[in-house]
Design a protein around this ligand. Structure first.
Ligand SMILES: Nc1nc2c(ncn2[C@@H]2O[C@H](COP(=O)(O)OP(=O)(O)OP(=O)(O)O)[C@@H](O)[C@H]2O)c(=O)[nH]1
Length: 613
């Protein structure tokens, strides 16, 4: 076991004095507590402090903690600090700001391990470490959400506490109205991943990106509201990184549940009604993918519960989802502790670049520019797990994209509510070419799919939605899921993950986000294309400007507008997917109709808001 506080790549701020931290993430029952027990009882010579959500579950007798590991257990319910004002989308872990800084300053511990609840996103923890809170900020303005129960620290602040998806929905509204300079903040590496992580791929930052409002002169407005959290940090300290460093993000994956979870259409709240905050509409599949994509180390645990062939399949997919992470097959989380403690593996910059979809885009773009051939067959390809990038410089026709492609998934749009299109017949009148194909064959066969949502929710499902009324029992869920997956598999292969952004004829100014995990596809309205942003409002950084320019094509009318979608999956029918998407491209007549506002938008409803071309 290496000594604590090794020098690593996290910066030059004298890490030796910083308390290293390992974060354990993973679904409920995946094996996190089992690993934690190993750490506490391990013979590694470190004094480890542990922050857990539920001490009872640890079920460990203090006497069993090895002498060398003698440490402290801290039970602390996860609580969120919701940033208000210019950075409302930031949600920090207030409990960690407080506990980690306390433990680090205490000085008695060599190491800290945080066991997150199964519904946590590791990225939130990393952001909590990185977040810079201005000293001058008042401690009066943060609201805190403790496990979804709103606790308003500031009696004068009327801001409603929102968590998870609800906060993200609000981001969408804000994002749409955000000014270009707000959208073009150069921020932490995660933002780079979303906006400029690709050396060649730089869609104008959307609301998700404004979430990362850290790291430059524009940050103060967004951060001032984190001041409530600052109250728990000592004077002069403005970030957790002053006293601690995130060393390793470990995600424990339950092999026996992996494919079921990845293809689940359940929301977290369906499975864990008591633990998920009200209004949190995240779903199982997306959280699983996020936990995998953000990890430095993945434990493919419960390896004893699946066959060798299944293990290889999962391992291959994990590798595609996150090529940077080290993956270990484990039984009862048995792993040399040096693989999870003091590894020095976490690096904010690298974490932002880790997702396989992002690497696929980078590789494809680099290959296109340099004319290089694709790399040799990787190990995962041998197990049928592949990825490819679809690109195009012509907008999609919303109706065709929806009917021909998106309805292979359970589709969710995140945007302010609007009327749902009802009459598909108009389509035929508008379309000059693509409409000649029979739409019948493109209807989802799984008509019992989809599920009802609460009235007034901004998120709406449209994929396979027609049988919502029949879908109120779990057995129907399973039936619906099976049917949709089977149909999609027949047409597309097993698309396990897809991600990127797209361009619709009816939304010429907006970067539209695309993210699927298993059977669920979510589309979001992000910020403007840079083609719509005056040059003087572009980020000042020359590297970023160069990347933006590289995304422009020779046609100034198009600018950086494009389709850029990564597909990751097993036995993918790449040619079929490409062909299907090609047929979704709008014809010249349809583009002209869209410009006149005569093309109905089944996806985002109506024409764009003010400022449209
Ligand atoms: N068969 C098998 N069972 C395992 C393995 N690892 C853990 N378990 C069992 O799975 C159950 C859940 O393990 P935990 O370590 O409590 O999982 P957790 O991730 O901490 O779960 P939460 O605390 O609920 O989030 C326990 O009964 C473990 O004994 C494994 O590799 N194989």
């Amino acid at each position: 076991m290496p000594s604590a506080n090794p020098a690593n790549s996290n910066g030059e701020r004298g890490e030796r004095s910083l308390m290293p931290v390992t974060l354990l993430s993973g679904f409920l029952g995946s094996g996190k507590t089992t690993l934690l027990r190993r750490i506490l009882q391990g013979n590694h010579g470190l004094k480890v402090s542990v922050i857990v959500n539920d001490m009872a579950e640890l079920n460990i007798d203090a006497a069993l903690i090895s002498k060398g590991a003698a440490g402290q257990l801290v039970r602390r319910a996860e609580s969120l600090v919701q940033m208000q004002n210019g950075c409302i989308c930031c949600t920090l872990r207030e409990d960690l700001l407080e506990e980690v800084s306390k433990l680090a300053r205490d000085g008695r511990f060599d190491y800290c391990v945080i066991e997150s609840t199964g519904i946590s996103e590791p990225m939130q923890v990393a952001e909590t470490f990185a977040f810079q809170i201005p000293e001058a900020a008042s401690a009066e303005t943060a609201n805190v959400d403790k496990q979804g129960k709103s606790v308003v620290l500031d009696s004068g602040s009327a801001g409603k506490v929102k968590g998870g998806k609800e906060a993200r929905q609000q981001e969408q509204k804000v994002g749409k109205k955000a000014k270009a300079e707000e959208l073009s903040l150069e921020v932490d590496p995660k933002k780079k991943a979303r906006t400029s992580g690709s050396a060649a791929s730089t869609p104008a930052p959307g609301p998700e990106d404004s979430k990362q409002g850290q790291g430059n002169g524009n940050e103060a407005a967004g951060q001032a509201e984190g001041a409530g959290a600052l109250a728990c940090l000592p004077s002069g300290m403005t970030t957790l990184m002053d006293v601690a460093r995130l060393d390793t993000c470990v995600t424990v994956v339950d092999a026996s549940r992996f494919f079921d979870d990845l293809t689940s259409i359940e929301e977290l709240a369906d499975r864990h009604p008591d633990e998920v905050p009200e209004g949190d509409m995240r779903n199982i599949a997306q959280l699983l993918v996020e936990q995998v994509e953000f990890a430095d180390v993945i434990l493919l645990n419960k390896a004893d519960t699946v066959s060798k062939a299944q293990l290889k399949d999962i391992r291959s997919l994990l590798h595609r989802l996150n090529p940077i992470a080290s993956v270990h097959e484990t039984v009862h989380s048995q792993i040399p502790l040096s693989e999870v403690l003091n590894t020095g593996r976490f690096d904010m910059e690298k974490a932002g670049q880790a997702p396989g979809w992002l690497q696929a885009i980078n590789t494809a773009n680099a290959a296109e520019r340099t004319g290089q051939q694709a790399a040799a067959k990787s190990e995962s390809e041998e197990y049928g797990v592949t990825s490819f990038v679809y690109t195009a410089r012509r907008p999609f026709h919303p109706g065709r994209l929806y009917r021909k492609f998106m309805r292979r998934f359970f589709l969710t749009q995140v945007m302010p509510g609007e009327e749902e299109a009802e009459d598909d017949s108009k389509e035929g009148e508008e379309s000059e070419e693509g409409s000649s194909e029979s739409t019948d064959s493109m209807e989802p066969d799984a008509e019992n799919g989809g599920r009802g949502r609460e009235e007034g929710e901004e998120e709406r499902s449209t994929g396979a939605e027609r049988a919502e009324a029949h879908c109120d029992r779990p057995s129907d869920y399973q039936e619906a899921r099976r049917a949709v997956l089977a149909e999609a598999k027949k047409e597309l292969g097993s698309v396990m993950r897809s991600k990127g952004f797209f361009w619709l004829a009816t939304q010429p100014n907006s970067v539209l986000g695309w993210s699927s995990a298993g059977a669920l596809l979510q589309v979001t309205m992000e910020g403007p294309w840079f083609a719509c942003v005056p040059k003087e409002e572009w980020p000042e950084d020359e590297d970023i400007q160069a990347r933006i320019k590289a995304d422009f094509c020779s046609d100034p009318e198009i600018g950086d507008r494009r389709q850029e979608l990564v597909f990751i999956g097993q036995n993918l029918k790449e040619q079929a997917i490409r062909k299907l998407l090609d047929t979704c491209q709008a014809t010249n007549a349809e583009i002209a109709a869209a410009v006149k506002g005569q093309l109905r938008d089944e996806l985002f409803g109506g024409s764009e808001e003010e400022g449209s071309d």
